[in-house]
Ligand binder design. Structure first.
Ligand code: SF4
Length: 255
């Protein structure tokens, strides 16, 4: 880690609030153990910058670990402007990093896959991240999904996937060889975005043509509308995730 340089400017109330809850989530779900090598997914969005920045902070209770930042460029911009901005940021902070240029974006939007580009896109991107984790000897992959993403994913899976599930804060895959961790799991999107503005992370525009019309943006708008009548709706859904009454769910009828 890069203590002295990066701690500079990290002394606001918001920083301490977010770091406290990030540490709590990490400890509650045993996300990071001593000696871990964590591949941190940095898409260039505000949330991913916040994740990288917060993880590169002096932690009180989280054991020492190493990390590498990874960006998968989706190939939407032939001039790779986002890539260049990210590379500069990683170098300025002396972060170890991997930037991978791909054609996943255009491929996911090609004629044979018009119906649901996000499905193929996420699958291909995730596959490549798993491969990079393996190449770099990382046993954990940290994604910048926050509390609002977890709530929205529950509804996406319910509305479109016919199942009750969401993103887990610490998910074991490949028989425990790799873990996906979500250190922002307790943090509200609004505060993460506010922190990104406070820290003035370089804005990297999302060039994906689907980003404004995805299922996620539909669910986000829906929740915003419902919140006008029920301000607690997000909090209630999030709390319900730890309050599952399985006896009151339907089992499949026996044939
Ligand atoms: S919104 Fe665009 S970049 Fe994001 S998963 Fe969907 S297709 Fe991929």
């Amino acid at each position: 880690m890069n203590d002295a340089a990066v701690e500079k400017g990290k002394n606001t109330r918001l920083f301490f609030h977010l770091k406290k809850w990030l540490e709590k989530a990490v400890l509650d779900y045993n996300m990071i153990e001593a000696g871990d090598r964590v591949l941190i997914g940095v898409s260039g969005g505000a949330d991913s910058f916040a994740l990288l920045d917060l993880l590169d902070s002096r932690m009180i209770f989280v054991p020492k670990f190493e990390f590498i930042a990874v960006n998968i460029d989706m190939g939407f911009d032939p001039e790779y402007r986002a890539c260049r901005a990210l590379e500069q940021y990683f170098q300025d902070h002396r972060y170890p990093y991997v930037i991978e240029k791909t054609d996943i974006g255009p491929l996911s939007h090609s004629d044979f896959n018009r119906k649901n580009p996000c499905f193929l896109c996420s699958r291909l991107r995730r596959k490549r991240i798993f491969e990079i984790a393996d190449e770099k000897g990382c046993n954990k992959i940290a994604f910048a999904h926050h509390r609002d993403d977890i709530i929205e994913t529950l509804l996406i899976n319910l509305f479109y996937g016919r199942e009750i599930s969401t993103m887990m804060p610490n998910q074991s895959i490949f028989g425990g060889k790799l873990h996906i961790i979500r250190p922002l799991a307790y943090l509200r999107e609004e505060l993460v975005k506010k922190y990104a503005r406070e820290r003035q992370f370089p804005a990297v525009k999302n060039e994906c043509p689907t980003s404004e019309n995805s299922r996620r943006s539909y669910i986000k708008k829906l929740l915003n509308d419902l919140e006008k009548d029920n301000p607690d709706i997000r909090h209630n859904i999030y709390t319900a995730l730890s309050h599952v009454k399985s006896d009151y769910l339907m089992s499949k009828p026996k044939k």
